[in-house]
Design a protein around this ligand. Structure first.
Ligand code: ADP
Length: 212
């Protein structure tokens, strides 16, 4: 993770050398929030593969869209299919993947979106880093599930493949997952059904993002 921090700090002198001067928008975040009727920010869903991040995020996105919220999902696999298709799954590749997603999430949030990101992001140090990148209105949402349930569910067949030795460093099998010690919201998908879990996140967003 330190590599990412170093890289980010190294950007300033490079920007000066290349004569890059990021131009701010003339529309403030508050103006955008007032237009859309809600605050913008990032809900960083973290949890094991198969814990339910995508299932919860897609359900909540649909509900909030219906209510007129400006809401978007940044899904790990989707981002890796396009923007981050040049990255591998090495430690450096994973860090860069998360750094880019955090930067994109931050841009979306600045333009008024409620962003639901669904990436395993197994290390606390990495999550601290992405929080620092986003900086404004960042919420850690821990999608908790027993590893046995994730292995049973195995929606993408990845646990089966990893247990057969086909995926190196797969989180939960070859690499550990560090639960966030103080998440803003914990949703336990081993204890509650899908609909209840989606309602928990939806209620949290309405409580924290609605303009008072
Ligand atoms: P992730 O995005 O975390 O990898 P997915 O959402 O792709 O996980 O898959 C989770 C799987 O678990 C889905 O097949 C979903 O139907 C199932 N599931 C069972 N119970 C729940 C629950 N309470 N919340 C979310 N998903 C659940």
């Amino acid at each position: 993770m330190m590599d990412c921090v170093v890289k980010k700090e190294a950007v300033s002198p490079l920007q000066t050398q290349n004569n890059i001067f990021p131009d701010g928008s003339k529309i403030s975040r508050l103006q955008r929030n007032e237009r859309f009727g809600h605050q913008s920010g990032v809900l960083w869903l973290t949890g094991l593969s198969g814990s339910g991040k995508s299932t919860i995020a897609t359900g909540v996105e649909k509900l909030l869209f219906k209510y007129g919220y400006l809401v978007s999902i940044l899904d790990g696999d989707t981002v890796r299919s396009g923007l981050n298709s040049d990255l591998d799954f090495s430690v450096e590749g994973r860090q860069e993947n998360l750094r880019r997603v955090a930067e994109v999430a931050s841009l979306f949030a600045s333009s008024g979106h409620i962003v639901l990101s669904t990436l395993i992001s197994p290390q606390q140090q990495t999550r601290d880093f992405v929080k620092q990148v986003v900086s404004h209105n960042f919420h850690t949402i821990y999608i908790k599930a027993d590893i046995e349930d994730c292995i049973d569910r195995d929606p993408k067949g990845l646990y089966k493949k990893a247990m057969a030795g086909g995926i190196e460093h797969f989180t939960g099998i070859g690499q550990s997952y560090e639960p966030p010690p103080n998440p803003d919201l914990l949703i336990d998908t081993s204890k509650h059904d899908t609909e209840t879990c989606q309602m928990m996140l939806k209620d949290y967003i309405i409580e924290h993002f609605f303009l008072k």
